[in-house]
Structure formats: structure tokens, C-alpha cells
Design a protein around this ligand. Structure first.
Ligand code: GFB
Length: 334
């Protein structure tokens, strides 16, 4: 089962007759967005694999957009990873994400694409922020050092969306999701995010009596999680807003930012307990404080997306159950 989606919702009016390019359609979010659009009967969807189109190559992207002429672009493509990947590959995280933003946003405008949804992340906000974090916290303080190159690259993309809206009258919107998870997640233990990593560790320990689950850090940081299919519903909802509602959103003083989250966070230790419960693991757990905790907390203020009419449907427990099902059916479990 991949990306079971909320297909009972109609295609929003703003996407009637749209031709949507989903950039990064094989990733965690991009595959969910594609599934959601297909389930809602979107007629014209355009995709390219990484091998077919390099999104950091302006000439290739120009040629592709000129040929395919999408009306909407959803930018899910990115170089992403968990706390260890961010620390190990800072140059790639900075360079690739900057290049994707600068290429795709600029070429979208050149090709006359009026509507674009750009995905960033809650780690773009300052490390020490009043909680929950409102969209106005952008650039209000120093960033979390473990993911600063990634965050700066994503902030550059947000600023481009805003700048192009102001100078060229485009309607480019940036979504800030909390920590996402779901089918097609990365379960590699050194590069993944915490939820898939712990799901795999707990699964493997549950198959070997007495095996220890080794979790990183202190377990005390708090994180907010959202299931990928719910994120996809948010993307489709925002991409499909009627022009007047979108214009009202973009007319404000601040950047065209919208937080997307469940509205609740839990500690990493609580997350581990929940995962052990879903998997049925009773064995020992050890914490490795030599591994970084990262930011202490990043709970998003989701007032804006709620006011636009979106709310999540999948609870954290149900999401973990679905994700575990997908993991068991994947090559990662072999
Ligand atoms: O999900 P995660 O890797 O990244 O880690 P961030 C979240 C928390 O889980 C940290 C702890 O406190 C980790 O120390 N943790 C415990 C683990 N056990 C594990 C484990 O086995 N693997 C992993 N990966 N973590 C990322 C940013 O930050 O969040 C990205 O680096 C992005 O840029 C993403 O914004 C959403 O939540 O700390």
C-alpha cells in the first residue's frame, strides 16, 4: 500500500483545467502529492525523473517548461535528510537546494507560470523561537547550527517566491511543513529522519530477543510530525485556492509563507514509546548522548492553514501504523 490518500475530496476549483508539474514526484512528499492529484481526478500531470531532467540545469529546465507549458508547479524536489545527513553533507544541502530554487523559480517565471508552491521546512525558523512558531518568526533570530546550510538555502527560495510576486505579479507560495513521514520514506539509519530511523531500529530489535534499540541524543527534544498524505492534501488545497483568496493571502506585508503541521508535538522519547507500541517491542532501549539533539522544539502555529480550510486527518499513531505497513512491504525490511 502506497500513499493511501483522501480521494473523497474533490479537486479544488483553482485547479480546474490546470496542468501541474510535480517536481520531485518520486520522493516522500512528491509521490504523495502526485497520488493525491491523481485520486482527485486532475487531468494533466507532468513529471520527470531526476535522470530525465536536472532541476539545477537552467537550460534543461527552460527547454522542458517551454515544451510542457504547465500552469502550476509544485516544487517538492530537494536534497533532504535528518540531523546527521545535514551535518555530514552541508555543502550538498546548501548547493543543491539553492540551485533547485534559483533554477526552478526563475525558469517558472520566464515560462509564464503564474502559480507555484514551494516546499521548505520548519527548520527555517530561528532555533530559539516563541512556541508555537508563527510565520512572522522568519529571520527573527539565529538558526539551529545542525541544519543552517539547508535552512539558508530554503530561506533563499522563500525570498525568491516573495520577490517574484512583488516584482512580477506571480502567485508563488511557500509551505513550511513540520517533520514529515510516510511511505517511500528514507529508512537509511545514518541519513534518515528520526521517525523512519526509529521504526526500522525497533522493527529489527523486535526480531532478535534481547537486542537493544539505540536512539540518539537525550530523547528530550520535542518534534511535530505530519503524515505525508496529509501534507499532500495541504499542497493540493493551497495550489487550488481560488485566485481571490490567494491574492488576499499574498497581499499582506510578510513573505508568502504558510506553516503546515498537526498542531501538536511530542518528545522523541514519547515517539519511541509509540513506535515500540505499534511494532510490539518490549526489549531494552539505550540513548546515545554523544549524538546531537538539534533544536529543542519547533512546534508550528498552524492558524493560517486552518483558516484556509485545511486540517490533518491521519493521527500520529495511524500514520506510524501505515508507514510500518509500507516499510514491511518494502526492500528495507528484507
Ligand atoms: O529527525 P531528525 O534527524 O532531525 O532528528 P531534526 C530529530 C531528533 O530525533 C533529534 C533524535 O533530537 C535526534 O537526535 N533521534 C533519536 C534520532 N534517535 C534518532 C535516530 O535514530 N535517527 C535520527 N535521525 N534522529 C531535521 C533537519 O532536523 O528536520 C532538517 O536537520 C529538516 O533540515 C528536518 O528540517 C525536518 O528534526 O532535528
Amino acid at each position: 500500500m502506497q500513499n493511501r490518500s483522501a480521494s473523497d475530496e474533490p479537486l479544488p476549483a483553482g485547479l480546474d483545467g490546470a496542468r501541474v508539474f510535480v517536481a520531485g514526484h518520486r520522493g516522500l512528499v512528491g509521490s504523495a502529492v502526485l497520488g493525491e492529484l491523481e485520486a482527485r481526478g486532475a487531468a494533466a500531470l507532468v513529471t520527470r525523473t531526476h535522470a530525465e531532467l536536472d532541476l539545477t540545469d537552467p537550460a534543461a529546465v527552460r527547454c522542458f517548461l517551454g515544451r510542457e507549458r504547465p500552469t502550476h508547479i509544485v516544487v517538492c524536489a530537494a536534497r533532504v535528510g535528518g540531523i546527521a545527513a545535514n551535518m555530514r553533507y552541508p555543502a550538498e544541502f546548501a548547493r543543491t537546494n539553492l540551485a533547485i530554487a534559483s533554477t526552478v523559480i526563475h525558469e517558472a517565471w520566464r515560462a509564464g507560470v503564474r502559480d507555484l508552491v514551494y516546499l521548505a521546512s520548519s527548520c527555517i525558523y530561528p532555533r530559539e523561537c516563541p512556541q508555537p512558531i508563527g510565520e512572522d518568526a522568519l529571520l527573527a533570530g539565529p538558526l539551529e547550527p545542525t541544519n543552517r546550510p539547508y535552512a539558508v538555502a530554503k530561506i533563499a527560495g522563500i525570498e525568491m517566491c516573495w520577490a517574484y510576486n512583488r516584482q512580477y505579479g506571480t502567485r508563488y507560495v511557500a509551505l513550511m511543513p513540520c517533520n514529515l513521514f510516510g511511505p517511500r520514506d528514507n529508512f537509511d539509519l545514518e541519513t534518515s529522519h528520526v521517525l523512519p530511523a526509529l521504526l526500522r531500529k525497533v522493527h529489527e530489535a523486535s526480531r532478535q530477543p534481547g537486542a537493544v534499540v539505540r536512539a540518539w541524543g537525550t530523547g528530550r527534544p520535542r518534534r511535530e510530525f505530519l503524515y505525508s498524505a496529509d501534507m499532500a492534501r495541504a499542497v493540493v488545497h493551497v495550489a487550488g485556492l481560488e485566485p481571490a483568496r490567494l491574492a488576499a493571502l499574498l497581499d499582506g506585508d510578510g513573505p508568502p509563507l504558510i506553516n503546515v503541521g498537526s498542531g501538536e508535538d511530542i518528545t522523541i522519547a514519547e515517539l519511541l514509546d509509540l513506535i515500540r507500541d505499534v511494532v510490539g517491542h518490549r526489549g531494552p532501549v539505550e540513548w546515545d548522548p554523544s549524538r546531537p539533539d538539534g533544536t529543542p522544539r519547533k512546534l508550528l502555529d498552524v492558524t493560517r492553514i486552518r483558516a484556509l480550510g485545511w486540517s490533518p486527518r491521519v493521527s500520529l499513531r495511524e500514520g506510524i501504523e501505515r508507514c510500518y505497513e509500507a516499510f514491511l512491504a518494502s526492500d528495507w525490511a528484507r
